[in-house]
Design a protein around this ligand. Sequence first.
Ligand SMILES: [Cu+2]
Length: 125
Amino acid sequence: MKLDRKGLRIAAAAALLALGSTVSYVAAQTAAPRAKVIKISAKRFDYTPGHLTLKKGEPVIFELTTRDVLMGLNLPDFNLRADIVPDKVTRVRFVPDKTGTFTFLCDIFCGTGHEQMQGSITVVE
Ligand SMILES: [Cu+2]
């Protein structure tokens, strides 16, 4: 394809525009706070780690795994719950918006001892 002068100018403008939006996209990516990934593994009948300390307003991503049976993670104070499926990774984004210590628990019956399966999260300023 041959470009005349006008066509060349339009192509150059389009290229500049594309470059400009790429630069601002990269800037936005670095400016956004990166969510910290926290791995939580579940087994009958506890979570590892069993206690977490998080900062209010800082996003985290829970990576939930189990090698056992189907389990759940339920954090009722934040309306957060997820299934933990054997040999799969379940990712849940969580941004704590209040401080305190909160209990999470397994909400899928996974055997005798299930009722004691829980952990806690402390959210600090
Ligand atoms: Cu359970």
